[in-house]
Design a protein around this ligand. Structure first.
Ligand SMILES: [Zn+2]
Ligand SMILES: [Zn+2]
Length: 123
């Protein structure tokens, strides 16, 4: 059960309200809030701002409220670039990472160790 290609390949995605809606190859749908995406921006300055790296470059704090997503561009077959309303566009989000960030109850259960989400009763 190492990798399931369809699971990490979006069929479609769209900005809806303050969320990025993703429909995955396995039929699952994820609704990723802008602030979740922005605070997990994988570019180096954002990782520093969030205390997720020891990169020593300039910091780029996240505004509150966070900027809006103005564009999403596919990058190869594995990731997408998110363009923010404040001009930030350095973040390239691998699909696998986006899928792992899905905040729905089902996925939160699977990533409970990472996010310390409340354990829902499992049957
Ligand atoms: Zn960034
Ligand atoms: Zn999910």
């Amino acid at each position: 059960m190492s990798s399931e290609p369809a699971k990490n390949k979006p069929r479609t995605f769209a900005v809806a309200g303050l969320e990025l809606a993703m429909a995955w190859g396995d039929g699952h749908e994820s609704y990723l809030p802008f602030n979740l995406l922005r605070t997990h921006c994988p570019c180096a300055p954002c990782r520093v701002a969030a205390g997720r790296s020891d990169y020593k470059g300039p910091e780029r704090p996240v505004a509150d409220p966070p900027p809006m997503i103005v564009d999403v561009e596919p990058v190869g077959a594995y990731a997408m670039r998110i363009v923010w309303s404040d001009g930030h566009r350095e973040g390239i989000y691998p699909f696998e990472m986006l899928r792992s960030m899905c905040p729905c109850e089902r996925c939160a259960g699977q990533t409970a160790s990472a996010f310390r989400a409340d354990r829902l009763r499992e049957s």
